[in-house]
Ligand binder design. Structure first.
Ligand code: ADP
Length: 499
């Protein structure tokens, strides 16, 4: 057999990628789906629209590339994490829309948990901070708010899953109800020390054990596709949440290796090996991978607004028409003339943790123009990344060596060069920046011996471009000092630390 397929089920689109033994992407299909905003701060998806769209994309990538289902060795899944779906075990009908990771509807309950002093114990057990982001409080919300569901859940008639679980269940014709360690570690119900669903947390959130999926390793044959779907049974054999899949897709498999994804936001993950490191400064501890009987951990830090800053310049200020114009604009001036762009549109996270901060542009003079503002906006993505990287360095107690990058904004050469200058380390962008999908494909292919082992995968990962620090010393120190001063002007005095 010649190919593996990666299903990349993201927040805005479902994609399927056909990948050959050399790791080349032979074909891609993609479909967007609806974002449902029932109230301010609430975000939902239709689980059936996700499944139907994802299944159509699977079919499409097979047909468009004239391959037969028999040519596919395995299917891997990578998915938007934390998004929560509950469905009827017998009919397969969702009992409510998917509550998306971005949805803030359980904020009050999270505040209650904080006031009750539950933050520490939840952090110790799950590696997470108490936040509506994670699945646990979303499950509770559905059980509390959809009539009759809690009773039916106790009777074993209702199933819960993150999006991976939902897709595995659908692909296997309802035969397999399972998730992998990486996705389980984002639910706020999974004890990352004991590798079990945590009975105390389940009791606290009044969630019956009966609804939970089995937790399997990421590289594992979960089941086979139902014969009626493609006329052929294909193993579903690799599953990981999107950021963990990208970490694996970047071959960050040694402790200390790390990657930063520059998408709408930034996600930095560092492999910390077989022992979890618990952060005091708000980084998350999460499971990076479970494979060959070994569980590997990661530290994760995120920046809410990264590429989104560029979208804002395009859509709100209309300074540019396309995101990639920012590169030449930034290069057209030698510096920002002291202009700093602080992108705290949704508050400022690690390490400042002022969720009430608003965004700002500081240091404007009469000579400042569009190019300076655009350059400052790009630089802000790099400054925020340095903020998070510095915390990570402190937490793991070692110097960073080089950083692997991916995501749409990693294509910006100005941004990558400035990032290298600012961190004082080499930045490495792979030839193929589809690292998330590649991670899922590698896991699936390894489980069925489509690839012989990690050594073969290592040879597939190819360096694309490397950026080395060009500006160092005083100049960089002063620039970063300017940044921290500018941030200081934006923060509210009552800003509090979350942990
Ligand atoms: P996501 O997966 O979060 O949707 P992508 O990895 O597709 O994000 O990257 C898209 C983001 O990257 C957008 O926010 C866009 O503004 C930004 N972006 C894309 N290309 C560039 C570029 N050349 N320079 C700067 N930002 C870019």
């Amino acid at each position: 057999m010649k190919f593996v397929i990666a299903l990349d089920q993201g927040t805005t689109s479902s994609r399927a990628l056909l990948i050959d033994r050399k790791g080349s992407v032979i074909g891609t299909s993609r479909r967007e789906f609806r974002q449902i905003y029932p109230r301010p701060g609430w975000v939902e998806h239709d689980p059936l629209e996700i499944w139907n769209g994802q299944f159509e994309m699977l079919n499409k990538v097979i047909q468009d590339n004239n391959v037969l289902p028999e040519d596919i060795s395995a299917i891997g899944i990578t998915n938007q994490r934390e998004t929560t779906i509950l469905w009827d075990r017998n009919t397969g009908e969702p009992v409510y829309n998917a509550i998306v990771w971005q949805c803030r509807r359980t904020s009050d309950y999270c505040t209650f948990l904080e006031k009750e002093g539950r933050t520490d114990i939840i952090h110790k057990k799950t590696g997470l901070i108490v936040d509506p982001y994670f699945s646990g409080t979303k499950i509770k919300w559905i059980l509390d708010n959809v009539e009759g569901i809690r009773d039916r859940a106790i009777k074993g008639e209702i199933l819960f899953g993150t999006v991976d679980t939902w897709l595995i269940w659908k692909l296997t014709g309802g035969k397999v109800h399972a998730t992998d360690y990486t996705n389980a570690s984002r639910t706020m119900l999974f004890n990352i020390n004991t590798h079990e669903w945590d009975k105390e947390l389940l009791a606290e959130f009044t969630i019956p054990m009966e609804i939970l999926p089995e937790v399997k390793q990421s590289c594992h044959i979960f089941g086979k596709t139902d014969i009626d779907l493609l006329g052929f049974e294909i193993p579903v054999s690799g599953v990981a949440g999107d950021q963990q899949a990208a970490l694996f897709g970047q071959m960050c498999i040694e402790p200390g290796s790390f990657k930063n994804t520059y998408g709408t936001g930034c996600f930095m993950l560092m492999n910390t090996g077989e022992k979890p490191i618990f952060s005091n400064e708000g980084l998350l501890t999460t499971i990076a991978l479970a494979m060959d009987g070994k569980v590997t951990y990661a530290l994760e830090g995120s920046v809410f607004m990264a590429g989104a800053v560029i979208q804002w310049l395009r859509d709100n200020l209309k300074l540019i028409e396309r995101a990639d114009e920012t590169e030449s604009l930034a290069f057209s001036v030698s510096d920002t003339e002291g202009v700093y762009f602080i992108p705290s549109f949704q508050g400022l996270g690690t390490p400042y943790w002022d969720m009430s901060a608003k965004a700002g542009i500081t240091g404007l003079t009469r000579s400042a123009g569009k190019a300076h503002i655009v350059r400052a906006a790009l630089e802000s993505i790099a400054y925020r990344t340095k903020d998070v990287a510095d915390v990570m360095t402190r937490e793991v107690g070692m110097e960073l060596s080089s950083m692997r990058v991916d995501g749409g904004a990693s294509l910006n050469n100005f941004l990558m060069q400035f990032q290298s200058d600012l961190l004082g380390i080499d930045i490495i962008r792979p030839e193929n920046i589809e690292t998330t999908a590649m991670g899922a494909a590698y896991l699936a292919g390894l489980a069925v011996e489509f690839w012989s082992g990690i050594d073969e995968i290592r040879t597939i990962w190819q360096k694309g471009r490397e950026y080395k620090p060009e500006i160092t010393g005083d100049k960089i120190t002063k620039l970063y000092q300017g940044w921290t001063e500018a941030v200081g002007r934006i923060l509210n005095k009552e800003a509090k630390t979350i942990i």
